[in-house]
Ligand binder design. Structure first.
Ligand code: BES
Ligand code: MN
Ligand code: ZN
Length: 489
C-alpha cells in the first residue's frame, strides 16, 4: 500500500472505491450522511436488526449514484460509546481485508467524531497496514496477485486532529515493522535458516542500525556452550546476532529474541502432528528485529540493543542428548533432561551476555512453552518478571498497543522443579506450571538486572483470520515493545 493519507472536510469529495465506517447499531454523524446518499437504506437495516454493529460484523451497500460503495464495520460497542483504539485498529483491518476480497483498489476509512484524536488515527493506520498483509512470496506468478491489495487508503475525519499526520505516519512505520516480522515468521524453515536470519538482520544496517553476527567459531571463543549444544544436531550453523540502535546514548535497553528457525524437539522428538508449525519458533527473534527496525525508523531517543541467539533444533548422530551436561556463558552447569526445552538454553547464553552490557532493563520475547498456549490461548502473552515496575510499564504499553499480556508469578517455590542431581540446574521442570518453570530457568541468568520475559507461544500464530489479523504469523510483540521503549524512562 502507498502512504496512508489523512483527510478532513466534506465527505462528498472522497474519490475512492469504498468508504468504510466503524458503526454501532444506530446512525451517527458520518453514517447518517452515508444513509442520506443511500436513501435511508442503512436506517431501515438498523431498524430491522439486519445490521447490529457486533465486532467484525460487516454490511455492504453497493454504490449509490455518484458515490463510492459503503461498508459498515461493527466494533461491538454500545450504541453511545466511541470505539476504543483496539476496536478501531480491528475495524480498519476488516475494511482492508474486505477490499482485498472484493478487488476494490482504494478506500477511505471514516473516524467517528468521538474517536478522531491522534491515537485513534495511529490505530486506524496500523489496522489498514496490518489487515493488508499476506505472505505469497512462494506462490507461482499466476496465482500470486489474484487478490491485489488496495493501492490507496485514507483516513477521514470531519475535523483534522492536531498531530494526525504524524500519528498516521508512526502507525504506518510500526505496522510496517510488524508486517516485516510476520513475513519472517511465515517463511518455512528451509527458507529462514540461522544464516538467512542473520542476513535479514544485516540488511537493517541500511536504516542506521549497527549489526554483527557471530559465527560458531566466535561462539566457542565466547563460551556460548548452550547455544552450541542446541545447534549440534543440525547441519545449519548457529549465529548470535547483535543489533544496536544508538539513539541518544546512555544505558541500553536490551531486547532478546528466541530464534529457533525450526524446532523438531531434537532427540526428545516432537510428535509429527502439527510439527510443521514449529517454523514459527523464531517469532521472538522476528519481534525484536521488527521492534528495533521501527524504533530506528521513528528516530527513538532511547539506546536499544537487540540480541538473537539462533539455531535449528534437529536430532542426528551428533545431537545433544538427554542427560548431557553443558556449560554456557554464565559458567553454571546445566543438565539437559529434555532436548525439546531448547529455547531457554539458547536464551540463557544471550541473557548472561546481556547482563554484561550495563543494561537498564532486559526484555526477552520467546515462543517458549506449549503450556502458555494451554493457559492463555491465543489471546495474551505470558508476562513474567523479577521487577514490578518493569512489569507495570509493560502492562501500560500493552494497553496502548492493544497487545494483551497476563502476568504469571515467579515464586521461589517453583525453583525446586529445576533441581538437578548432577548439575547446578536442569532445563525442564516437567509439565506442571511449565511456562513458570521456564521463566524461573531464565531468571537464573539475569543476575539482578530488571528483566521481563514474554512467552508469545500462543500469540505469535493465529489459527484463523480475525479483524486486522490474517491467518498465520501475527508479528506479536512488535507494537508492544515499540510502545514500551517509547514510553520507558
Ligand atoms: N517451541 C516450543 C514451545 C511451543 C509449543 C511454541 C507450541 C509454540 C507452540 C518449545 O521449545 C518447547 O518445545 N517447549 C516444551 C518444553 C518442555 C519440554 C519442558 C513444551 O512446552 O512442551
Ligand atoms: Mn522445543
Ligand atoms: Zn522451541
Amino acid at each position: 500500500m502507498r502512504d496512508i493519507e489523512v483527510r478532513s472536510g466534506a465527505l462528498e469529495n472522497l474519490d475512492v472505491d469504498l468508504i468504510a465506517v466503524p458503526a454501532p447499531g444506530v446512525l451517527t454523524g458520518p453514517s447518517a450522511i452515508l444513509d442520506g446518499w443511500l436513501g435511508g437504506v442503512i436506517d431501515r437495516c438498523l431498524e430491522q436488526g439486519v445490521y447490529r454493529g457486533k465486532a467484525d460484523e460487516t454490511s455492504f451497500f453497493p454504490s449509490p449514484p455518484g458515490h463510492p460503495h459503503v461498508l459498515l464495520v461493527g466494533v461491538g460497542t454500545a450504541d453511545d460509546e466511541p470505539p476504543t483504539d483496539s476496536q478501531m485498529r480491528g475495524a480498519a483491518g476488516v475494511a482492508v481485508r474486505f477490499c482485498r476480497e472484493h478487488r476494490l483498489s482504494s478506500l477511505a476509512f471514516l473516524l467517528p467524531e468521538a474517536a478522531a484524536g491522534a491515537e485513534s488515527v495511529q490505530a486506524a493506520a496500523e489496522g489498514l497496514m496490518l489487515g493488508d498483509f499476506s505472505y505469497d512470496a512462494l506462490r507461482v506468478q499466476e496465482t500470486r496477485c489474484h487478490r491485489p491489495a488496495p493501492s490507496q487508503a485514507l483516513i477521514w475525519s470531519e475535523e483534522a486532529a492536531p498531530g494526525a499526520e504524524a500519528a498516521a505516519s508512526s502507525g504506518q512505520t510500526i505496522a510496517d515493522a510488524q508486517n516485516f516480522a510476520r513475513d519472517l515468521v511465515s517463511r518455512p524453515g528451509n527458507v529462514v535458516t540461522p544464516i538467512r536470519l542473520a542476513e535479514e538482520a544485516e540488511a537493517l544496517g541500511e536504516r542506521g542500525i549497527a549489526v554483527q553476527a557471530w559465527s560458531a567459531e566466535k561462539l566457542r571463543e565466547e563460551g556460548f556452550g548452550a547455544l552450541l549444544a542446541v545447534s549440534k544436531g543440525s547441519e545449519e550453523p548457529p549465529r548470535f546476532i547483535l543489533l544496536e540502535h544508538r539513539g541518544d546514548g546512555g544505558s541500553p535497553i536490551v531486547l532478546v529474541g528466541k530464534g529457533i528457525t525450526f524446532d523438531s524437539g531434537g532427540i526428545s522428538l516432537k510428535p509429527s502432528k502439527g510439527m510443521e508449525e514449529m517454523k514459527y519458533d523464531m517469532a521472538g527473534a522476528a519481534a525484536v528485529l521488527g521492534a528495533i527496525r521501527a524504533l530506528a525508523d521513528l528516530g527513538a531517543p532511547r539506546r536499544v540493543i537487540a540480541l538473537i541467539p539462533t539455531a535449528e533444533n534437529l536430532p542426528s548422530g551428533n545431537a545433544v542428548k538427554p542427560g548431557d551436561v553443558i556449560r554456557g556463558v554464565s559458567g553454571r552447569s546445566i543438565e539437559i533432561v529434555n532436548t525439546d526445552a531448547e529455547g531457554r538454553l539458547v536464551l540463557s547464553d544471550a541473557l548472561s551476555y546481556a547482563t554484561r552490557l550495563g543494561p537498564s532493563a532486559i526484555v526477552d520475547v520467546a515462543t517458549l512453552t506449549g503450556g502458555c498456549v494451554v493457559a492463555l490461548g491465543r489471546h495474551a502473552a505470558g508476562l513474567m518478571s523479577n521487577d514490578n515496575e518493569l512489569a507495570r510499564g509493560l502492562e501500560e504499553a500493552s494497553a496502548r498497543s492493544g497487545e494483551r499480556v497476563w502476568r504469571l508469578p515467579l515464586w521461589p517455590e517453583y525453583r525446586k522443579q529445576l533441581d538437578s542431581d548432577i548439575a547446578d540446574i536442569k532445563n525442564s521442570g516437567g509439565r506442571e506450571a511449565s511456562p513458570i518453570t521456564a521463566g524461573t530457568f531464565l531468571k537464573e541468568f539475569v543476575e539482578n538486572v530488571p528483566w521481563a520475559h514474554l512467552d508469545i507461544a500462543g500469540t505469535a500464530w493465529a489459527d484463523e483470520a480475525r479483524a486486522h489479523q490474517p491467518k498465520g504469523a501475527t508479528g506479536a510483540g512488535v507494537r508492544l515493545l515499540v510502545e514500551w521503549v517509547r514510553g520507558a524512562r
